[in-house]
Design a protein around this ligand. Structure first.
Ligand SMILES: C[S@@+](CC[C@H](N)C(=O)[O-])C[C@H]1O[C@@H](n2cnc3c(N)ncnc32)[C@H](O)[C@@H]1O
Length: 281
């Protein structure tokens, strides 16, 4: 009998080790929401994903030769795009060994092995000296952290004074209806996201972590619907291709739950999405 409790970090690592390929397919090559400035009916998920990364790069504002920490780097596409756009040196950390492998291969394929590197690390305890980075981003990773304030404090610790941190994250936009409360709980359990907080809570959360909020951009109307339509369609497509009889019932169940959650997000919700820019004092 094995009754060793699985830690939250281990459970996230296992989820991404197994599901990174699905997320990349469903979300257009990275593992974050898309951005449709002209509404979700204009353009593909791949284009919207690239636009979201471009928005993050613009907000980070780093220049050639500067060093950036990508906390929760996924399969590496955002770090590679950041390095290509700015000539900054990027270090990406993720809790998933599979993502380190895929991301490292991507950087090598793009000829960036010297400037972009990836390693497994837990954001709870970043293995870097204080004041060692000129910028950082948490590109849709903070939602996974059981104690976001602690992780933001870790982030502030490794940044040089005046450096910028850009956060993109799922946020709450005002009081939730009972249906939204239920969706939040189901979504949180599905993707292991225990710490989705109101957008309005960020100024204090950041201040308690040694960071000053400079800009808060609620982009829900330009990101939520298109992203979940893409997710819904990817899950549906996979469900149609898996052989009902032979497929692992756990996989079928997970795909159905993913599709059902995605459908609920496309119907309108106060669980939104935002980009925040802060600086270290
Ligand atoms: C939604 S994905 C975003 C990936 C990537 N930033 C992107 O935009 O494609 C969340 C990422 O956070 C990472 N993550 C979650 N908890 C973590 C932790 N405690 N320490 C480091 N990375 C973590 C996951 O492994 C995953 O790479």
């Amino acid at each position: 009998m094995n009754d060793t409790p699985v830690s939250h970090a281990e459970s996230i690592s296992a989820m991404y080790d197994q599901s990174t390929a699905f997320f990349l397919e469903a979300l257009g090559g990275s593992i974050h929401y898309g951005y449709w400035p002209d509404g979700p009916d204009n353009g593909s998920m791949v284009e919207a994903s690239r636009r979201m990364t471009a928005l993050m790069i613009e907000k980070l504002g780093v220049t050639a030769g500067q060093s950036v920490l990508d906390i929760g780097c996924g399969a590496g596409r955002p770090a590679v795009e950041l390095a290509m756009a700015t000539d900054a040196r990027v270090t990406g950390v993720t809790i998933s060994p599979e993502q380190v492998r895929v991301a490292t291969e991507l950087a090598a394929r793009e000829g960036l092995a010297g400037t972009v590197r990836f390693q497994r690390a837990d954001a709870i305890d970043l293995p870097f000296a204080g004041r060692s980075f000129d910028g950082a981003w948490l590109f849709e990773s903070l939602l996974h952290m059981p104690d976001p304030e602690h992780v933001l404090r870790q982030t502030a610790r490794v940044l040089r004074p005046g450096a910028r941190v850009v956060i993109s994250n799922v946020v709450l936009r005002g009081p939730l209806s009972p249906a939204d409360e239920e969706l939040l709980a189901t979504f949180g359990e599905l993707v292991r996201a225990p710490s989705i907080v109101p957008l309005a809570a960020y100024p204090e959360l950041l201040a308690r972590s040694g960071l000053t909020l400079r800009e808060s951009l609620d982009i829900s109307e330009h990101s939520v619907r298109g992203t979940y339509e893409s997710c819904r369609d990817a899950a549906e497509k996979l469900l149609q291709t898996v052989d009902g009889g032979a497929a692992d019932p756990a996989v079928v169940d997970l795909l159905k739950r993913t599709r059902d959650v995605a459908v609920r997000f496309t119907g309108g919700t106060r669980i939104g999405y935002a980009v925040l820019v802060a600086t270290k004092a």
